[in-house]
Write a protein that binds this ligand. Structure first.
Ligand code: PMP
Length: 432
């Protein structure tokens, strides 16, 4: 590394907050100069095979020529214009595409800036829905433990109370209801008792509940858990029975990651409100969308105050919308199902040696998501460096070493990635 880069990294260390880190004693960061395809290039010349898709988002790989071209073309004509009083082709086309590919019945589209904001918007919709129905007492939420929905306040209030560190915000965060996390895994036989805790909570509290919010099938940052498709079906049935809106947070799972275009597809259900983000723009820009049923749209508009009370400055940003349109086209024009199936099969094969390791609690794979769960938490900085030394980018948290590679990753790179995981995890287990 040259002196300039060293200075930059020192400046970063001193002044810039990174996700979930101390500013006083930060975890090391690696200086990236560029990224193409599935490779991230560091300033010191090293190249890393990307196992993370930059947190689920870069599904087509980095610097995709068509995404880049689309962005450039859009920047030359209309980078941004306020969405209040104006509309534009990129937003219209994106809404059309989202309505076409999302679960049936979702026809009203709200664009916003990020996943967490999408969750805020969805929760506000649910509250305003029952307010408009003159049932303002129905304003609480039910969710399931081990969930993750973002870092803003209301999103945080439905994250797992322990891993979401609710105790720091006690008295400030709204206190909502948490059902036991599902125990039946995606590949297990269904056991009816799995829904008991949820069923009891919705039965006893529906009069004050406006919404149930959950991540369909895959609980991501709250534990990388894959639960049974029947659980989601039961939730849908119970929400209908007790007149509670179902909000599906597909911010992580959307756009094919689990092997279905949306994870709700595993259960063949439609939510009343759907949150999308992350892979929406192929990882180019921050954009999220909330899709609602016609009923939700109509009720909110018919009630008092007759409008939906949200409108961010960068709502429907044309750059983000145009690149999202291109990303969806790339996805639909690619053999994405086959790619995911291949990645799933190769991860099953490649991570199999981890099953045998003492200290590994579980290895699970679903679609383009591979997880090695250890008995003990890893030391992030140490394990991270080991992965970088092996030329791969894997960022574990807690007891979880997991990957969700770009869909375009070839077999050879994926093999290097899974082999690196087996080797690094094996070594790490000798230490912890
Ligand atoms: N919901 C889920 C399921 C997520 O995985 C995330 C991001 N990790 C969010 C919401 C929040 O999205 P963002 O980070 O874009 O605010």
């Amino acid at each position: 590394m040259n002196a300039g880069i060293n200075d930059s990294v020192e400046f970063d260390k001193k002044h810039i907050w990174h996700p979930y880190t101390s500013i006083q004693n930060p975890l090391p960061v690696y200086h990236v100069v560029s990224a193409h395809g599935v490779r991230i290039k560091l300033t010191d010349g090293r190249e890393l095979i990307d196992g993370m898709s930059s947190w689920w988002s870069v599904i087509h790989g980095y610097s995709h020529p068509e995404l880049t071209k689309t962005l450039q073309r859009q920047a030359e004509t209309l980078s941004h214009v306020m969405f209040g009083g104006f509309t534009h082709q990129a937003a219209i086309e994106l809404a059309q595409k989202l309505i076409a590919i999302s679960p049936a019945g979702l026809e009203r589209v709200f664009f916003c800036d990020s996943g967490s904001v999408a969750v805020e918007v969805a929760m506000k919709m649910a509250i305003q829905y029952y307010y408009s129905k003159k049932r303002p007492g129905k304003n609480r939420f039910l969710t399931i433990k081990s969930g993750y929905h973002g870092d803003t306040f209301h999103a945080m209030s439905v994250c797992d109370p322990t891993t979401g560190m609710h105790k720091i915000y006690q008295g400030i965060l709204p206190e909502y209801l948490f059902a036991d996390k599902p125990q039946c895994g995606f590949y297990d036989d269904w056991d009816n008792r799995d829904i008991d805790s949820f069923e009891q909570l919705i039965r006893e509290n529906h009069d004050r509940l406006c919404g149930v919010i959950l991540e369909p099938i895959v609980q991501g940052a709250g534990g990388m858990r894959f639960y049974h498709s029947q659980y989601l079906k039961e939730v849908r049935t119970l929400c209908n029975r007790y007149d509670v809106l179902l909000i599906a947070d597909e911010i992580a799972t959307g756009f094919g990651r689990t092997g279905e275009m949306f994870a709700c597809g595993h259960s063949n259900i439609s939510p009343d409100i759907l949150c999308l983000g992350k892979a929406l723009t192929g990882g180019y820009l921050s954009l999220a969308a909330v899709l609602a049923s016609d009923d939700v749209g109509r009720v909110i508009s018919a009630g008092e105050p007759g409008v939906f009370m949200h409108g961010p400055t960068f709502m429907g940003n044309p750059l983000a919308c145009s690149v999202a349109c291109c990303s969806i086209d790339l996805l639909l024009n690619s053999p994405w199902r086959e790619n995911i199936r291949r990645i799933e099969a190769e991860m099953k094969r490649g991570l199999a040696p981890c099953y045998e390791m003492a200290g590994v609690r579980d290895v699970r794979i679903l679609g383009g998501i591979g997880v090695v769960e250890l008995e003990q938490p890893v030391e992030m900085a140490r394990i991270q460096e080991k992965f970088v030394q092996k030329g791969v980018w894997v960022r574990p948290f807690g007891r979880l070493v997991y990957i969700m590679p770009p869909y375009v990753m070839g077999s050879e790179d994926l093999q290097r990635l899974t082999q690196a995981i087996c080797e690094v995890v094996g070594k790490e287990l000798e230490i912890i």
